[in-house]
Ligand binder design. Sequence first.
Ligand SMILES: C[S@@+](CC[C@H](N)C(=O)[O-])C[C@H]1O[C@@H](n2cnc3c(N)ncnc32)[C@H](O)[C@@H]1O
Length: 216
Amino acid sequence: MDEQTRKLLGVDENKPNDWFESLYSESNEAGEGVPWANMSPHPLFNSWMEENQLMGKGKTALVIGCGMGDDAIKLESHGFNVTAFDVSNSAIALCKKRFPNSQVTFVQADLLKGIPEWKGKFDFVLEIFTIQALPPKYEEVLIKHVSDFVSNNGKLLMITEIQNDKRVFENGPPWLLNKDYKQSFENHGLKEVFHTTSTEAEMGDEIHLTVFQKQL
Ligand SMILES: C[S@@+](CC[C@H](N)C(=O)[O-])C[C@H]1O[C@@H](n2cnc3c(N)ncnc32)[C@H](O)[C@@H]1O
C-alpha cells in the first residue's frame, strides 16, 4: 500500500488500532465498507471444522479480532461457549445486530494491551488475519498475548498469509507474516500439531492454517 492510501485510511504506525473504528463506524451489517468481510466463516477454517468434527460442548473458545462475527457463530454452532472480541466498538455493535439470538459474548478489547483476566482460560483460540493487520513492530507482543489466552492442552488455530519478503511498515497494511511466526509461538509453549499450506493466497506467497497445542 502506498503512503497516500495509508493516509486516506488513517493508518498510523503509533496508533495502529484507530483506523479500524473509523472503518467499521462507516460500514453496515451487510458488510458494506469492510474489505475483508466474508459474511460467512473463513472457508479454510470452515473446512477444518467439518473435517475434524470439532465438538465444543463444555469447552470455551475465543475469537480474536472477530470482525463481522461469522467465525464466532460457527464455533457456537459446534457447541462451544464463545467469547469474541475486536478493538472496534462499531464492529462489536455490528456483530450484536447481526446475531441478536446468539449466546456468543461479543466484547470490545485490545489485543495489543493484552487481557490478563483471560490468561490460560480458553480451550480453543482462533486468530484469522489479526496479527497481520497490525504493524510489524508489534509482532512479538501480539504473539505473546495470543499465546497467553490458550489453556494448558488447549489449541490455537491461526490462518495467516505469508510473504517471503521481510515485513516492513511501508508495505502494509496488511503486513503478511514471515514463516518464522511458528518459532515465535513455539517459544511461548505452543507446539505445532497440524499444518496446511495453500498457494491460493490473495496477497502473499502462501496461506497457512496452523494448529498449535499448549504444552507447559
Ligand atoms: C483483517 S481484519 C480480520 C477480521 C476477521 N478475523 C476476519 O477474518 O474476517 C482484522 C480485525 O482485527 C481487528 N483488530 C485490529 N487491531 C486489533 C486489536 N489491537 N485488538 C483486537 N482486534 C483488533 C480489526 O478491527 C479487524 O476486525
